[in-house]
Ligand binder design. Structure first.
Ligand code: ACO
Length: 342
């Protein structure tokens, strides 16, 4: 627990709501491990290149019959078990994903069915790798306003289905998985203190998937042209990621009148170790303050910080009362940073 005071930015402007805390977290990754050595046999790459340029050593790949909703439900069940929450208690399910099972219905509805959460309303959020913090902040509104008591927020992705496994520029970066959080108001805890979110649609062409939507529905030609695979300008994405994450993180700390030394753990989006190091350094964070697990999972987009938060909690890196800074960046472009009193 921090000894210096901090400010709760929500407790102003005559705010009459209640706080919103993360009661518990849970995560799920598929069994199948795809190593850099295996990728060396698939495309013209090397373990050395992938490790030195990204920090990734392996990633998880979902089975053919294992979908985003399955991974999301598995992560949710672990979070529910950890907090002793029953499916009937859940009022709302929000799933952040760019790889829904289908265009519609929402993956959140499929998760609701799999959990048997019959009372819950359900919808998806699409903010790419920033999706989990966007969904947390949306879920928070329902708790603080007393609309709902229990909200389930999930980040889940089966990115292996939108990656071109012949493109070495992108296929080495991504993996599958899911992370979940149960939100409730916890007495005497500030919980989710603030979330700064942003977007820049001018840069939507840096990272996108052209096929499968209303602009370019699936046809024989679109599939032959590989339009249903993600496309990325890696260098520009990298530069924008560092700047946006840094700006959002600084703003979130400033709103809470915190300095980086008061933060127990910085949990950044796990896309590239060099991005994480650049952001950590410029924030003035010590290396041991910054949580990294991308060596095991690669970039799992909306699931990334959720899986990392679960690992940080389950390994005791983050404990009740600690201040945690989450910071993410993704396609859109989108970005977000959140400060949580765990
Ligand atoms: N193996 C070997 N060589 C490769 C590979 C590979 N897997 N991939 C690219 N190269 C080559 C390139 O072809 C290039 O060769 P050339 O110089 O002969 O043209 C060379 O390596 C250098 O490529 P760069 O693009 O300059 O490499 P860079 O250092 O920028 O690293 C990377 C590339 C890892 C993609 C980096 O730019 C990056 O991580 N960018 C950010 C990506 C990101 O975070 N995306 C996710 C956003 S979140 C979301 O919403 C999903």
């Amino acid at each position: 627990m921090t000894t210096k005071p901090f400010k709760n930015p929500r407790a102003q402007h005559g705010f009459q709501g209640r706080s919103c805390s993360i009661l518990s977290v849970g995560s799920y990754v598929p069994e199948r491990i795809l190593t850099n050595a295996e990728l060396e046999k698939m495309v013209d790459t090397s373990d050395d290149w992938i490790t030195s340029r990204t920090g990734i050593k392996e990633r998880r790949i979902a089975a053919e019959n294992e979908f985003t909703s399955d991974m999301a439900a598995a992560a949710a069940q672990r979070a529910m078990q950890s907090a002793g929450i029953k499916a009937e208690q859940i009022d709302l399910i929000i799933v952040a994903t760019i790889t829904p099972d289908m265009m519609f219905p929402s993956t959140a509805c499929l998760v609701q069915q799999k959990l048997g959460a019959r009372r819950a309303a359900a919808f998806d959020v699409e903010a790419a790798c920033s999706g989990f913090i966007y969904a947390l902040e949306i879920g928070q509104q329902f708790i603080t306003s007393r609309t709902y008591d229990t909200v389930l927020v999930i980040g889940a992705e089966k990115l292996s289905t939108i990656v071109d496994w012949t493109d070495r520029n992108t296929c080495v970066l991504f993996g599958d998985g899911a992370g979940a959080a149960i939100l409730q108001s916890r007495p005497k805890s500030h919980g989710l203190l603030t979330a700064c979110m942003g977007a820049d649609g001018d840069k939507s062409d840096l990272l996108y998937m052209p096929g499968g939507g209303s602009m370019c529905p699936a046809t024989k030609n679109s599939i032959a042209a590989g339009l249903h695979y993600l496309r990325m300008d890696g260098k520009e994405t990298f530069k924008n990621a560092v700047n946006a994450m840094l700006t959002a993180a600084k703003e979130a700390l400033k709103r809470c009148e915190l300095d980086i030394t008061q933060i127990k753990c910085v949990i950044p989006h796990q896309a590239n170790r060099r991005i994480i190091e650049a952001v950590g350094e410029r924030l003035g964070a010590r290396e041991d303050q910054v949580f990294v697990n991308l060596d095991k999972y690669g970039n799992t987009s909306a699931a990334s910080v959720a899986i990392a938060l679960d690992e940080a909690v389950s390994t005791g890196v983050v404990q009740r009362g600690d201040l945690v800074l989450l910071v993410v960046f993704g396609a859109g472009l989108t970005w977000a940073a959140a400060v949580i009193e765990w």
